[in-house]
Design a protein around this ligand. Structure first.
Ligand code: SF4
Ligand code: SF4
Length: 429
């Protein structure tokens, strides 16, 4: 309890007016309609935990690990209570009390050691066909035999032959007038590598120099959502020191990934403030004015929209756009990708683009996969209903979850990041 006290679980619990506005759209409550698995229930239990009235036993662990951290509750709460943040905080206590499963510890160790991760991914790519069947049309691969932690028949992200960071030189000049850095994120670096290729291609069209900071590390979101705060502190500090070394020489750091962007722009500062590390919180805050999601920066700081319109290209396949929680709810980014895509694609809106896809983090994708699977079904159904051939979102975690949900539901719709679609349209000029 010592470390959690400073997060004022009781104060947040007391500030809840029990209006219930957060409940109808809560991702876990939608699939498990019980008061204990609702935002109001979670913060009530956290208050009881802080007052010593609730033991952090396995049952409480199960409850607190069932939150998808989708931030719907924070967005709609009239008191703006940060339910997602207090759940993240209590997961540190859970990790300390129960430990972190071996496979998650191994994964977080790799995230802290880029070279080792590079080597593991190369090894995985070389031998992937031994264990997996490639499904290029679905953008993934399926295990050939039962694996620990992974349910059979699941569609997992394919591995790229060379990671994005190892494929390109550090400097890619395109005229020398403007210069931006790319933060790529781990899934786009190792798995969905065409996202980075497309972003470089778009910046070339715009005549903007590209700086690829080779020493960038994982943003730490997977560890933050799991309660491994040692990994969060290590990765955030290393990235902050590194970003500071080049931030004055670039116009922006652009990120084609909602979760990484939200983590860097929002959660690093919150994380350090919550631990009383004010100097690091300030350093994280100062970087923020130059951190952007890729479509946000391209739509607001370049003439890409006009250029796309000027091509006059109408792409044959229609698109339905999913709003990643970390893009729309956390950063308010939802119009920018649509504005860009609309120039060349027909957009068919799904019934609830803002509903969480059900990715939920490493624990949800492994030990609690049944919850991710249940949350993914309605999203797959609403995508199918649109009749669109492509579903897009600027988030590779959504891509992993939605691609699998579509595969499980036998829906023939392909997932693309908006920057991939924009690059495709530009190629048709
Ligand atoms: S973050 Fe999402 S899943 Fe968790 S309590 Fe809030 S609305 Fe429910
Ligand atoms: S919306 Fe906010 S105040 Fe209302 S019940 Fe949910 S957490 Fe409490």
């Amino acid at each position: 309890m010592e470390n959690s006290e400073k997060f004022h679980f009781t104060a947040i619990s007391d500030a809840c007016i029990k209006c219930g506005k957060c409940i109808p759209g809560c991702t876990i409550h939608l699939i498990n309609p019980d008061e204990t698995t609702s935002p109001r229930g979670f913060i009530d239990l956290l208050g009881a935990y802080e007052r010593g009235e609730l033991e952090l036993d396995r049952n409480a662990k199960e409850i607190f690990e069932s939150c998808f951290l989708c931030t719907h509750c924070t967005e709609v709460c009239p008191n703006s209570l940060p339910t997602d943040m207090v759940i993240e905080e209590v997961r540190r206590d859970i990790a300390e009390k129960f430990g972190i499963a071996w496979f998650k510890r191994a994964f977080f160790t790799l995230l802290r050691h880029r070279k080792l991760m590079d080597w593991m991914m190369k090894l995985g790519y070389t031998f992937r066909t031994c264990g997996f069947k490639e499904e290029p049309s679905k953008g993934g691969m399926i295990p050939r035999f039962p694996l620990p932690i992974v349910k059979s028949g699941r569609l997992l992200p394919s591995l790229g032959k060379t990671s994005f960071l190892n494929k390109y030189p550090e400097e890619i000049p395109h005229g020398g007038k403007r210069r931006v850095a790319i933060f790529i994120g781990c899934l786009a670096n190792y798995n969905y590598t065409t996202i980075g290729d497309s972003l470089v291609e778009i910046l070339e069209t715009l005549g903007i120099d590209v700086f690829i900071p080779k020493k960038q590390m994982c943003c730490a979101a997977p560890a933050y959502f799991t309660g491994d705060f040692y990994t969060v502190e290590t990765l955030a500090k290393r990235n902050i020191e590194y970003f500071e070394s080049f931030i004055d020489e670039v116009e922006a750091i652009i990120i084609p990934e909602a979760t990484c962007s939200a983590m860097i722009k929002h959660d690093w500062e919150v994380f350090f403030r919550n631990r009383g590390m004010e100097e690091w919180a300030e350093r994280a805050r100062r970087l923020n004015e130059k951190i952007f999601m890729a479509t946000e920066w391209l739509a607001e700081h370049t003439d890409l929209t006009e250029r796309l319109a000027a091509t006059g290209t109408r792409m044959p396949r229609s698109v339905t756009y999913h709003d990643a929680c970390h893009a729309r709810k956390v950063q308010g980014i939802w119009q920018q990708p649509r504005t860009l895509l609309r120039q060349n694609y027909e957009i068919k809106e799904m019934s609830d683009p803002n509903r969480c896809c059900g990715f939920g983090g490493v624990t949800m994708q492994t030990e609690k996969y049944h919850l991710a699977e249940a949350a993914g079904k309605p999203k797959a159904a609403m995508i199918d209903e649109t009749g669109a051939q492509i579903v897009s979102a600027e988030c590779s975690a959504c891509r992993m979850q939605i691609s699998n949900s579509l595969h499980q539901a036998d829906v023939d719709v392909v997932f693309k990041n908006p920057v991939e679609l924009i690059a495709e349209a530009l190629r048709k000029r």
